[in-house]
Ligand binder design. Structure first.
Ligand SMILES: [Zn+2]
Length: 468
């Protein structure tokens, strides 16, 4: 049919037939195509096709190829920068095609790294040279002080994760076929390779992909209620963290708690969510759409603490994650909540406003900063210092509570803020207006006074001009 439609003809010498478990039909198929039957292992588009596990011996030719290329250049007088470029553009790319399909054996990866490292330092793939910078550091990103040579292991793992992503989010026949073969029942993946050379790699990357992806909830039919990450930064199973529960037998989907496009939780689940401090109603449903797996934002950002910002950005994209403010355990942890609307931060700002004898109706950074315009220069310095320092202290308090589980009390925070006033007072060169109100504020803040220089009164007399 292809030949008729395209006018092209198959080359029977270059084509081979690979047939699975067939007995009687084999000859019939062969007669139709007229090709010889091939047998594994075979090389297709540069990749060795094999059955079963990928062994060291299969990958060996590729390592030898890298070595041969590196040896060819050894005589040339390349600078160290030139060798770095060659490693990035040529040597490393030899392995990439194979690495995007097969999980490489650790010992083979180590050998590949050794060749690249030796070539980089000594121009010879087999000559080791004493060097002062560890290889790990050389391989780091530019911004981290390295020269951006990525480790083979990391390249292999990221490529495996890409294959796994396609396996989990079927868009073509390959993934449908793989899913049919390796998913026995919902949520459980096959532990044996079943003759596949790819499955071991996919399986090895499953955990990384699952723990780094979340869900945009559609009808909920694809999302595992307990084991998938859909309502919080980790799965409910990890959140509950109780090994006595038979997780293996729990296969409920999120769709089981959605009725007519709304959340409908049984009483015990409601209690559980309440206990975990989560408000399920803050998660939006897109019931007319299918569930969609999404890659979670960078873990580094999360650890560095821009989590509220992440929540804000996710909400802009229509992705809702249940989050709970660590300081008041009431609202969702967005930036606006954390800094301005949280009961904890609110009481700190109110206290500050009382000290400065002002009242701000709608609190946000702009309105707070503008309020300083009516104050005397010294008070304004103190006020602005308190705002910048205060927001920083709220952020620190939130991180202490989140990551170290410290007890945060208002009194302790107020003492920290008071110290801030002293620091700013020390730095400020401004003066106050010498009036009762300013003196009163400074007294309540407990900082040194910076009175304006009082006008010096000099006596002078005036007399009428003499007559004539
Ligand atoms: Zn709060």
């Amino acid at each position: 049919m292809y030949q008729e439609a395209s006018g092209q003809v198959f080359s029977s010498e270059k084509s081979k037939l690979f047939l699975g478990a067939m007995n009687n039909e084999k000859k019939q198929v062969k007669d139709i195509f007229g090709f010889d039957e091939g047998s594994l292992p075979e090389t297709y588009l540069g990749i060795p096709l094999i059955q079963g596990r990928v062994t060291k011996e299969i990958l060996r030719p590729l390592v030898d190829k890298i070595k041969k290329r590196a040896t060819g250049w050894a005589g040339s007088l390349l600078s160290i920068q030139g060798r770095a470029v060659l490693i990035k553009s040529v040597l490393r790319s030899i392995s990439i095609y194979s690495m995007s399909i097969y999980k490489w054996h650790t010992s083979v990866i180590k050998e590949g790294e050794r060749i690249l490292r030796n070539f980089f330092w000594s121009r010879e793939p087999d000559t080791k040279k004493a060097c002062v910078v560890v290889w790990d550091k050389v391989c780091k990103l530019f911004k981290e002080g390295g020269i951006n040579l990525r480790r083979l292991k990391e390249i292999n793992q990221s490529l495996m994760m890409k294959v796994t992503w396609n396996f989990l989010n079927p868009k073509n026949e390959w993934s449908e076929f793989m899913r049919a073969k390796f998913i026995a029942k919902p949520g459980s993946f096959s532990t044996c390779t079943k003759g596949s050379s790819i499955w071991a790699g996919v399986r090895g990357a499953l955990e990384d992909v699952c723990s780094n992806s979340g869900w945009v909830i559609g009808d909920g039919s694809c999302i595992d209620l307990w084991k998938d990450i859909w309502c919080s930064p980790i799965s409910l199973k990890d959140l509950i963290n109780n090994d006595n529960i038979p997780w293996k037998n729990l296969h409920a989907k999120v769709s089981s708690i959605i009725v007519n496009g709304r959340w409908s939780l049984p009483h015990n689940l409601l209690l559980l969510f309440h206990r975990l401090g989560m408000d399920i109603n803050s998660i939006k449903l897109n019931t007319n759409k299918a569930d969609r797996r999404v890659w979670k934002p960078d873990l580094v950002d999360f650890v560095m603490g821009s989590y509220p910002l992440m929540i804000d950005n996710l909400q802009k994209k229509g992705i809702y994650i249940v989050s709970r403010c660590r300081l008041c355990s009431k609202g969702a942890e967005t930036l606006a909540h954390l800094f301005w609307n949280c009961t904890f931060s609110s009481s700190l700002w109110s206290w500050l406003e009382t000290l400065f004898n002002i009242c701000i109706v709608e609190r946000n950074l702009k309105s707070l900063l503008l309020a300083g315009d009516t104050m005397s220069p010294y008070l304004k310095d103190l006020w602005i210092g308190a705002i910048w320092g205060g927001t920083k202290l709220i952020w620190h308090a939130r991180n202490k509570k989140t990551f170290e589980d410290c007890i945060i009390t208002l009194d302790k925070e107020k003492r920290k803020w008071s110290k801030l006033f002293h620091d700013t007072a020390f730095l400020s060169k401004g003066r106050i207006y010498n009036n009762q109100s300013d003196f009163g504020i400074l007294r309540s803040l407990g900082v040194p006074l910076h009175p304006s220089k009082s006008t010096v009164i000099k006596s002078c007399s005036w007399e009428l001009p003499r007559k004539g």
